[in-house]
Design a protein around this ligand. Structure first.
Ligand code: SAM
Length: 269
């Protein structure tokens, strides 16, 4: 749809044909340092804190959760939030850049020392020890897996690391609306940061390529797999979770009644 050479783009490597990049392993190259540094600008912690409110905290507390594994730590927003709420939290991610930023953020927010582990979801049990009452995979992270095999493998790893009554909380963008053209091409998707736009650059059943533009006009891309809501629910169910509740967006949505995000809460028993 759009191809402009703008600051930021050159730090990421999508090769000659960015639309052909449909590879689970590519996420590490997408979260390059420049983008990671800007990520907090993108997600605007204060606005995110306000829009999420106590949703996740309540979900966890109501189930008596004490030990949480944040498998998609990113820059640490939820890990820090959960530490503040008194949960015992381990922060995993497959990107060392993200974990370094998360660790620094933890120190900046009330001197929290994050327990970080660099681990890919597909081999989580190999690299992270122990079992947990809850696993969170938030911020539209699961979308980075490009093959069904990888999705099933990751979910099975999550399942195995949960205690018998554990809970998985996994969110995703509302790709159904995007794939079914309910937003229209001109719609700009805003994360909480009002200064930062995130808009689809290309969408088909196998790829959602989003462009993120920052106030300094730098532009970065993420290539993601557009998960349909019912498909994600089916995979979670098939890996062994007997009960899944799916919530619509708890955040303010723009211009329409479709939620921007879905949140799946899957109980192991
Ligand atoms: N949860 C954070 C948030 O909401 O701000 C970060 C979200 S960011 C969109 C996705 C994160 O998932 C990145 O930090 C990325 O490194 C991580 N990730 C993607 N694929 C992964 C994989 N296969 N294994 C481990 N981490 C992965």
């Amino acid at each position: 749809m759009r191809s402009r050479t703008i600051k930021g783009q050159d730090q990421q490597s999508f090769g000659d044909d960015p639309l052909a990049v449909r590879d689970t392993d590519h996420y590490k190259e997408e979260y390059v340092t420049g983008f990671v540094d800007k990520w907090d600008e993108l997600i605007d912690w204060k606005a995110r804190y306000a829009s999420e409110g106590t949703f996740f905290v309540e979900q966890l507390k109501s189930r008596g959760v004490r030990k949480v594994l944040d498998v998609a730590t990113g820059t640490g927003f939820h890990s820090v939030r959960l530490l503040e709420e008194g949960f015992e939290t381990v922060s995993a991610d497959g990107s060392p850049e993200m974990l370094a930023k998360a660790f620094a953020n933890g120190l900046n927010y009330d001197d929290h020392i994050l327990r970080v582990v660099c681990a890919d979801w597909r081999w989580l049990n190999r690299d992270v020890h122990g079992t947990y009452d809850a696993i969170i995979c938030l911020g539209n992270s699961f979308t980075h897996l490009f093959s069904e095999r990888d999705r099933r493998k990751a979910l099975a790893e999550f399942y195995a690391m949960l205690n018998p009554e554990g809970v998985l909380i996994l969110d995703q963008r509302n790709y159904d609306a995007l794939l079914d053209g309910k937003y229209g091409n001109s719609h700009t998707y805003y994360y909480c940061g009002e200064e930062v736009s995130a808009e689809p650059d290309h969408v088909d059943e196998g790829l959602a390529r989003f462009a993120y533009e920052f106030p300094d006009k730098s532009r970065y891309y993420l290539n993601m797999f557009p998960l349909r809501k019912d498909y994600t629910r089916r995979l979670i169910r098939e890996v062994g979770f007997p009960r899944i509740d799916t919530y619509g967006d708890f955040q303010e949505t723009y211009q329409n009644t479709e939620p921007d995000f879905y949140i799946h809460i899957a109980e192991k028993a």
